[in-house]
Design a binder for this molecule. Sequence first.
Ligand SMILES: NC(=O)c1ccc[n+]([C@@H]2O[C@H](COP(=O)([O-])OP(=O)(O)OC[C@H]3O[C@@H](n4cnc5c(N)ncnc54)[C@H](OP(=O)(O)O)[C@@H]3O)[C@@H](O)[C@H]2O)c1
Length: 325
Amino acid sequence: MANSQKIYVAGHRGMVGSAIVRALRQQGEVNIVSRTHAELDLTNQAAVQEFFAEEKPTQVYLAAAKVGGIHANNTYPADFIYENLMVQANVIEAAFQNGVQKLLFLGSSCIYPRMAQQPMREDALLTGTLEPTNEPYAIAKIAGIKLCESYNRQYGVSHGVDYRSVMPTNLYGPGDNYHPENSHVIPALIRRFHEAKLAKAPSVAIWGTGTPRREFLYVDDMAAASVHVMQLPKATYDQHTSPMQSLINVGSGSDVTIAEVAQAIAQAVGYTGQVEFDTSKPDGAPRKWMDSSRLRVLGWQAKVDLCQGLAFAYEDFTSVVANRL
Ligand SMILES: NC(=O)c1ccc[n+]([C@@H]2O[C@H](COP(=O)([O-])OP(=O)(O)OC[C@H]3O[C@@H](n4cnc5c(N)ncnc54)[C@H](OP(=O)(O)O)[C@@H]3O)[C@@H](O)[C@H]2O)c1
């Protein structure tokens, strides 16, 4: 398949989009087209149509999205639902209008009900109430899956449309967001342990009891899984999904406690003080873990273990980010 496609990676400067570009280049794909947010605002329908008409990509990885933590999701719910709906609808419709037959949409594990049985299987989608803090974002992501499925159902036979969806677990790695208030667990702790190491702080306090369990996946593994799913033969994809339940979970297959991940980050950073737990602070859900057996059966599994991934992530943090903080 290498070199035969013109591939548009939407969100190529983001953590996942940049990893997808790395993975494609490693495979020998050189015909990759991209635009920065400043060059092409994907909420602008006319601009998106013009871009597709001009570039005529043959494949699309849709890794552009408005992404944020609990605070941002709670403060800007209108932005999260509006922008994500617009980006998805514009890209998917323009892809269809311009003859793109293969597209991969990136969703998120927050599409599953807050009380979903663990590990969360793909068929838990739309079976219960969502977590309220990021419901608008999750609704947009569910709409993204349903957009792909609806185009497949309406235009699969007549136009060869084959739009797929992957649902990543929590990701980390190069290109992560290390903002002090608005970042995910791993980048936030990398930054805090790094700062504590420099300040020779005797201890670092972590919110909650440390007992909740979470699953993490290194972003280059996510990119490899995305390319794998995109390149699966249609008959194979269809055999393992159904027209109105076409999504595929992407996880590492195992989860760890917050205490364990904190210790592993302290070690990767070289912080030798105490790790303490502030049990007056809330814990969140006791466990969030994806069932990735569908993807395993389809021949893919994660390669980078947590300790190795954290070492790579810290290297990225120090080389790229720490100098700018
Ligand atoms: N990170 C995770 O742990 C995680 C977990 C599960 C799922 N995902 C999914 O993976 C996808 C990528 O996430 P990420 O972590 O790579 O996010 P990210 O680092 O924030 O990257 C998102 C990219 O999308 C671009 N973008 C956003 N709005 C745009 C617009 N209106 N027009 C053009 N470009 C726009 C951003 O550009 P600017 O920065 O210039 O705005 C950025 O480059 C998302 O769909 C997310 O839901 C991520």
